[in-house]
Design a protein around this ligand. Structure first.
Ligand SMILES: [Zn+2]
Length: 271
């Protein structure tokens, strides 16, 4: 059994980019723990910040149950303001302490080197999580952790969400888990309503004629989210070289690239 630790900015980040793969890890008996840095309080055109915070736990736990996630750890930073409210050294230290406590074999998070990432929370999580995972086994980083009985830990694999096909070097067949991924996304009701409402904003501002979108009530998000996820899964499968209909693609590094020193040997895949 491996332990998987996910660092995400918002409750639905992992579901969009890795929901099928996380469901596959969980179904194979691995333990998945998810850290959600912010409280999602900006994610609605309809609900205020307090109402959004009240919804958060229900949606997070609903999606975690669908995916088979063992534990969700919400950190509660303000949505959109993570980089401003959490100084980089503080956030990195918080993530490093969680790594040293949870002791994951595998980390999933945003890619700190992905270009054109517009969301400041995604960038802040990416940098802090990557640095924390890279240095958590060095005892002289944040030595106060050891004083609390939390010991250094080496994270073997870093899996980064990859929006751009150019960055993807690892693909996972999610044929058996695409429906679970979609079901988990549907649990994030406020965020799904926002996603469709934002598409309608874009359509209205553009003046483009897209009748099905003009007619769509954002609360009827299920079909459009399912179609989007299946289209993305088919596109990734087409690039993957795998014999599957749906896939997810990641930028992955394992064991710091030590494989290059043992070219005749293979490290086994977990999923
Ligand atoms: Zn996000």
């Amino acid at each position: 059994m491996k332990r998987v630790l996910v660092f995400e900015a918002h409750g639905d980040d992992m579901e969009f980019f890795a929901g099928g793969t996380i469901a596959k890890f969980a179904a194979a008996g691995h333990e998945v723990i998810v850290v959600v840095a912010t409280d999602n309080d900006k994610g609605s055109f309809e609900l205020g910040a307090d109402e959004m915070r009240a919804l958060r736990d229900r949606e997070l736990n609903g999606a975690a149950d669908v995916l088979g996630v063992a534990r969700v750890i919400p950190l509660g930073y303000s949505d959109g303001d993570l980089a401003y409210d959490a100084p980089p050294r503080e956030l990195r230290g918080q993530f490093m302490r969680l790594i040293r406590e949870v002791k994951p074999d595998i980390m999933f998070t945003w890619d700190p080197f992905a270009p054109y990432e517009g969301h400041p929370d995604h960038r802040a999580v990416a940098v802090a999580a990557n640095e924390a995972a890279s240095f958590a086994h060095f005892p002289n980083f944040y030595p106060e952790h050891a004083a609390d009985g939390v010991q250094p830990h080496y994270v073997s694999e870093h899996w980064y969400f990859a929006k751009s096909p150019r960055d993807q070097n690892k693909f996972v067949d999610i044929d058996a888990h695409i429906d679970t991924k979609i079901e988990a996304l549907w649990q994030h009701e406020a965020q799904m309503v926002l996603t469709v409402a934002d598409m309608k904003c874009q359509q209205q501002a553009s003046g483009l004629n897209i009748p099905w979108l003009e007619a769509l009530d954002p609360h009827d998000y299920r079909d459009v989210i399912a179609k989007q996820m299946k289209a993305a899964g088919r596109a990734a499968a087409g690039r993957s070289g795998l014999d599957c209909t749906y896939a997810e693609g990641f930028r992955r590094t394992r064991f710091g690239g030590i494989e290059s020193l043992a070219k005749d040997q293979q490290i086994a895949e977990d999923v």
